[in-house]
Design a protein around this ligand. Structure first.
Ligand code: 3PG
Ligand code: MG
Length: 398
């Protein structure tokens, strides 16, 4: 896989470089357009700056959210272009379409050192199509803009999409600095993790994490499970979980995992429960085995934080994916904060994997530098750890 340094060594002055970035940033709830966490924009800046400084014309493309293959103002990248320009400290032209007249004009007007951001790739059905020909036709249009392709969208390398998989087949292609760093870290976690190796998993669905649990069961010494998914495990152990999130269809799977994992899977011992899903809910902290009927668990409790912190204290490698509770609402943020802080104290290699967990670290004001690595990709890092082939990385290898 060739990388950005090799491209820069070849020279990019006067060349047009098409950069796939993952600028899929979260917006503040009920306030589309207000960026809640700009970490993904910041993460790609070094690659853009290096290309500009070397005299390239830079065309940046990204998806945002999951629009349905046609323009949808809710998912415009316009607010991202504004923040991108602020962070870059220089103008970013914004094309109001992806490959249409606005994009063509913006690309034609691009001078060396200039940057243009194309509108949301997913406004075109070809981007995510399962049909090779449809994806290929869109990829042809994107590739026509440039001489070279750089993939720095680590968060999207697990998608077999036109901008990730088909464009690199049409242009000389390179991994950007972000993709390169992310892959190095994941490689270390899969091939060379110092033990004890502890994994902290949260998030809402067991089904999303099943494959990674299976893969890590053979490798990790401890699997600490919080977040919405812990309730399906608690129910599988025979406890009532009230109105908490529950994936009935995963109960047998959880029972089987618990039986095979023995004491390597650690579940919360107490839970913060609420009478409704809201910041002004009535709340209480109860034993995980005594969740009252009608109440829903929205965070792990302080005893669980202490238990998890204890399990983490001697670890030499930690991978964390998924918040421990609804950290966006203040009454349910302590679990995620407590576990994140415990991870910062670990004397070993610590990795925060994922969009949501990374956003949680920043939203809770925890020192980012206290972690070994904060990944920009949730799904992508999980699929890598599962041992899956990632289409975006395969395309770069070819
Ligand atoms: C993410 O946020 O997980 C990435 O940007 C990929 O987005 P997607 O899950 O909609 O493909
Ligand atoms: Mg996602």
């Amino acid at each position: 896989m060739r990388n950005l340094d090799e491209l820069l060594a070849e020279g990019v002055s006067g060349r047009r470089v098409l950069v796939r970035a993952d600028l899929n940033v979260p917006f503040v709830k009920d306030s589309p357009g207000t960026i809640a966490d700009d970490g993904r924009i910041r993460a790609v800046l070094p690659t853009i700056t290096a290309l500009r400084d070397a005299g390239a014309s830079v065309i940046v493309m990204s998806h945002l959210g999951r629009p349905k293959g046609e323009p949808d103002p809710k998912y415009t990248l316009a607010p991202v272009a504004t923040r991108f320009a602020e962070l870059l400290g220089s103008p970013v032209a914004f094309a109001e379409d992806t490959v249409g007249p606005s994009a063509q004009a913006a690309v034609a007007a691009l001078a060396p050192g200039g940057v243009v951001l194309l509108e949301n790739l997913r406004f075109n059905a070809g981007e995510t199509s399962k049909d090779e020909a449809a994806r290929g036709a869109f990829a042809d249009q994107l590739a026509a803009f440039a001489d070279v392709y750089v993939d720095d969208a680590f968060g999207a390398v697990h998608r077999k999409h036109a901008s990730v998989y088909d464009v690199p087949a049409r242009l000389p292609h390179y991994a950007g600095g972000l993709v390169r760093r992310e892959v190095e870290v994941l490689k270390r976690l899969t091939e060379d993790a110092a033990t004890p190796y502890a994994v902290v998993l949260g998030g809402s669905k067991v089904s999303d994490k099943l494959a990674v649990i299976e893969a890590l069961l053979g490798r990790a010494d401890k699997l600490l499970i919080g977040g919405g998914m812990c309730f399906t495990f608690l129910k599988a152990q025979g406890h009532e979980v009230g109105a908490s999130l529950l994936q009935e269809e995963m109960l047998d799977t959880c029972r089987d995992l618990l039986a095979r994992a023995g004491d390597r899977i650690v579940l919360p011992v107490d839970v913060v429960v609420a009478d409704k899903f809201a910041a002004d809910a009535q709340t209480d902290t109860v034993a995980a085995t005594a969740i009252p009927a009608g109440w829903l668990g929205l965070d792990i409790g302080p005893e669980s934080v202490a238990l998890f912190a204890d399990a983490l204290s001697g670890a030499k490698t930690v991978f964390w994916n998924g918040p421990m509770g609804v950290f966006e609402l203040a009454p349910f943020a302590n679990g995620t904060r407590g576990v994140a802080e415990a991870i910062t104290k670990v004397d070993g290699f610590t990795v925060v994997g994922g969009g949501d967990s990374a956003a949680a670290v920043r939203a809770l004001g925890i020192d980012e530098a206290a972690f070994g690595h904060i990944s920009t990709g949730g799904g992508a890092s999980l699929e890598y750890l599962e041992g899956k082939k990632l289409p975006g990385l395969e395309a770069l290898e070819k």
